[in-house]
Design a protein around this ligand. Sequence first.
Ligand SMILES: *[C@@H]1O[C@H](CO)[C@@H](O)[C@H](O)[C@H]1NC(C)=O
Ligand SMILES: *[C@@H]1O[C@H](CO)[C@@H](O)[C@H](O)[C@H]1NC(C)=O
Ligand SMILES: *[C@@H]1O[C@H](CO)[C@@H](O)[C@H](O)[C@H]1NC(C)=O
Ligand SMILES: *[C@@H]1O[C@H](CO)[C@@H](O)[C@H](O)[C@H]1NC(C)=O
Ligand SMILES: *[C@@H]1O[C@H](CO)[C@@H](O)[C@H](O)[C@H]1NC(C)=O
Ligand SMILES: *[C@@H]1O[C@H](CO)[C@@H](O)[C@H](O)[C@H]1NC(C)=O
Length: 441
Amino acid sequence: MLPFVIGVCAVLVGVVKSSHYGIQHHPPSPHSAVEAPPLPHAPFSAPIVSRTSRRASKTHALHSLRAGKSYTVPVVGADYDYEYLTNITIGGQSFLVIVDTGSSDTWLAQKGFSCFNLTGAPEPTSTCAFGSDGFDTKLSKSFQWYPNTTFALEYGDGESLTGSAAFETVSIDGLTVKDQEIGVVSKASWVGDGINTGLLGLAYPWLTSITNSQGRKLQYNPFFFNAVKQKQVSSYFSLALNRGTANGMRSPGIDPHLGYLAFGGIAQVPVTSNRVTVPIQGYSIATRAPTSSRHPTYFYYTVDVQEYVFPNSSGVATASNSTIIDSGTTLNLVPTEVARAYNAAFNATWRSGSYYVDCKAEAPPFAVVLRGKTFTIDPRDQVVYAGTDENGDAVCMSGTQDGGPQTMGSVFILGDVFLHNVVTTFDIQRNQITFTQRKYY
Ligand SMILES: *[C@@H]1O[C@H](CO)[C@@H](O)[C@H](O)[C@H]1NC(C)=O
Ligand SMILES: *[C@@H]1O[C@H](CO)[C@@H](O)[C@H](O)[C@H]1NC(C)=O
Ligand SMILES: *[C@@H]1O[C@H](CO)[C@@H](O)[C@H](O)[C@H]1NC(C)=O
Ligand SMILES: *[C@@H]1O[C@H](CO)[C@@H](O)[C@H](O)[C@H]1NC(C)=O
Ligand SMILES: *[C@@H]1O[C@H](CO)[C@@H](O)[C@H](O)[C@H]1NC(C)=O
Ligand SMILES: *[C@@H]1O[C@H](CO)[C@@H](O)[C@H](O)[C@H]1NC(C)=O
């Protein structure tokens, strides 16, 4: 999910936002194959306990939202009904939250929150469909309000969250950060999944969403940045996101074996020797343009894709610089020409701004080249179940969708469809990402 303005959102909005800022590509370093050093094993490893299927109503809302947009990035649609969750403990209370490398705040719905629909009319709290009654600040011994501040996030589809900011003790699988800024959401316009109660944001501090009473942003260190700063853990976190089973994808509820979020090293799943380390693109805060200066600002986990490889790709310009690695987005959002050529090989049909495929289709091969190394995507990941139609028949989308034209300032997304195939290890000190191809599973 990507933040809107300074918020969290599913997908597209971030693209629009970045374009608005006129982010342009500046190469951080030449494209050449580099040997990545071995990564340390992670001392902390939280299971990804669940991927949940979003409600059908949301699916339809998302699809209609995407129609006719020139930037087809499915903002909230980008969730495309699946999210990876992990168990987090805040102030002694445990919740399942969305694991999101595309935003930076960690927030929970507060007990007693008010729910609104997407146009702001009050609704019963059940409409927001959080997975619990919410965080009870009164039961926490470590809770402290962050005085005279506001927490506010906005999503591209109209979802929004507002409330207060606080300092809390946050822990995941034994990795504990004290005095962590969190968002405590008292008003939510949210279409939840009945399972998650909030979100864990893993991206850079610049994207955080706390403001003071004058409306000035008070940037802070997100959870993992504080964990590193407090010397709890080395500067790596790593994600291994399993593709769900067919049943897990089609039924709501908890699917318990969906991989790992590891801190301090690489997530331990079987991997091949194919790996590469690429720089994260830094930007100039003044111009919002990419820069190779020594002290750039980092926003998202943005990398350069050297090439996409698929049947007939040789005639297509497939480089896609400024591509965000986003666990909070299900689909890949690639340049228009890439999506068009790949989906032609897939016999996909284009409807309301998205490519749809036969649920039984055998996806053509698709690979992502990063700094000279080729990472394949399993064909199973390219057929994404998206709900049922009026007749109750399964509807599937292509895993690789149109993310808009390749122009100055455009940004694209590699989502879970890609991330199922690699272990992705983020190094927030060296500002680089190591991709390691997983063994077949
Ligand atoms: C992407 O960046 C590389 C250098 O890192 C450059 O050679 C290439 O032209 C860029 N591609 C696009 C589509 O901007
Ligand atoms: C999260 O973990 C805690 C501690 O292990 C456990 O008590 C709790 O039931 C888990 N919560 C969820 C929602 O899975
Ligand atoms: C929100 O509720 C109001 C009042 O019931 C209704 O008019 C409006 O259409 C609803 N909006 C959405 C997006 O459901
Ligand atoms: C918060 O704002 C109130 C009213 O403006 C002020 O009296 C108080 O000192 C402020 N608190 C802090 C900690 O800044
Ligand atoms: C490749 O392109 C050629 C010429 O445009 C076309 O005839 C052929 O069907 C394409 N192959 C695939 C797999 O899309
Ligand atoms: C697409 O359609 C062509 C012609 O019917 C067929 O040969 C090919 O196998 C189909 N490809 C996929 C991925 O379904």
